[in-house]
Design a protein around this ligand. Structure first.
Ligand code: UT7
Length: 352
């Protein structure tokens, strides 16, 4: 049976470095607090009005296409994962097609919204399409421009300090080389905690889920509009909502579970992993998971210190840098895993 390999990988981060100390000029936070709780030292912000989630995704995609040794017109399917799209609709997939200058219309473009696990979800989708023979060159992009949607007042400090901008991309192709490529992917979801890590307004919910008891919004019905309302502006509600400790505690359980599930499926153990690329959510989460798995530092890729949490872009950026640094070599068993908003989580094992 044909397998799916990563034929090319690329990443892009904007030039502008925003340090923890710079953030402390806008909000009540400190370099010490951010470093101690998250491991983050700095992040990148894109240039407002000049760059977008799609343009950063395009920059990463160009590199991945070149490294795959194909032409942009060879791409027959696009999958774009982001929670910070250029438009509410249409999605970034068609915008990426246009930015790349792909003029043929014999191509599909799919937008997925699985937030932190978007790249792993996208990989699994691409794998199915390649294995069935439907597509031969799938471009999978994870990109985020968080800096446009964060709350830079004290109210937003627990969320804002974590996130950064960037993009990563891979080209996926069929391979008939025995044992090479994506060995297995595992996807999970639990909507019970949907609002615990969410952008609630604007939206079409009409207040439906936001009773006073759970969220303390007495005027919940005024929060639900697909358009921005004065009430949302007055109440400073146009920013992500995150119950950090719940996310943290759930993540450190789900990461090891879903990795073990993948290893069991193909008959490997944690000892067989050569390179582990966790979603860069919080350095403490990654260190916790590393300890449970019993992996040495040399096998774990962490770059959250430089870029913060770039959600759908975090795994492809980390994987790309690791590959560029020679840390991912042919034949290596690469393990990817993610957990985030939804909650959704997943894992993938790839023989490089
Ligand atoms: O990709 C998935 C997305 N998200 C995550 O993975 C996030 C997972 N959760 C986390 O990373 C952590 O929960 C955070 C980094 C968000 C927060 O760390 P924490 O250790 O859970 O802190 P906390 O929320 O319990 O807050 C502790 C204190 C609070 O003050 P009081 O009530 O103890 O006086 C917060 O108000 O820290 C305060 N605090 C801050 N102080 C300085 C919250 N944010 C900040 C800040 N600077 N930026």
């Amino acid at each position: 049976m044909v397998g799916t390999k990563i034929a090319g990988i690329g990443c892009y981060v904007p030039d502008r470095i925003v340090t923890n100390s710079e953030l402390s000029q806008f909000m009540d936070t400190t370099d010490e607090w951010i470093k101690e709780r998250t491991g983050i030292e700095e992040r990148r912000y894109a240039v407002k009005h000049e760059q977008t989630t799609t343009t950063m995704g395009t920059a990463a995609a160009r590199i991945a296409i070149e490294r795959a040794g194909i032409n942009k017109e060879d791409i027959d399917f696009i999958i774009f994962a982001t929670l910070s799209p250029d438009y509410y609709f249409p999605g970034c997939g068609v915008l990426l097609q246009r930015e790349l200058g792909i003029t043929k219309t014999e191509i599909g473009a799919l937008d997925i919204r699985n937030q932190c696990s978007g790249f792993v979800y996208g990989l699994s989708i691409a794998d199915q399409f390649i294995k069935t023979g439907m597509y031969k060159n799938i471009l999978l992009v994870g990109a985020e421009m968080h800096s446009m949607g964060l709350d830079f007042s004290d109210d937003g400090r627990a969320v804002t300090v974590i996130f950064g901008d960037g993009a990563g991309a891979v080209v996926l192709q069929p391979t008939d080389k025995d044992g090479q490529g994506i060995l297995t992917t595992h996807l999970h979801a639990d909507g019970t905690h949907a609002e615990e890590l969410a952008m609630i307004s604007p939206g079409s919910h009409g207040g439906h889920y936001l009773g006073k008891e759970k969220f303390g919004f007495p005027d919940a019905n005024k929060l639900g509009s697909i358009f921005v309302t004065q009430k949302m502006l007055d109440d400073n509600l146009l920013a992500p909502n995150m119950t950090g400790q719940l996310v943290f505690k759930t993540a450190v359980v789900k990461f090891p579970q879903v990795i073990k599930e993948a290893l069991d499926k193909v008959g490997y153990t944690t000892q067989d992993i050569d390179v582990f690329v966790p979603h860069q959510a919080n350095l403490r989460i990654s260190q916790f998971v590393q300890k449970i798995l019993g992996l040495p530092d040399s096998k774990v890729i962490n770059n959250i210190q430089k870029y913060g949490n770039t959600t759908a872009a975090s795994i492809p950026i980390a994987l790309c840098e690791a590959w560029e640094d020679g840390k991912v070599k042919e034949g290596d068993l690469v393990c990817l895993a993610a957990f985030g908003s939804g909650f959704t989580w997943g894992s993938a094992l790839i023989r490089w």
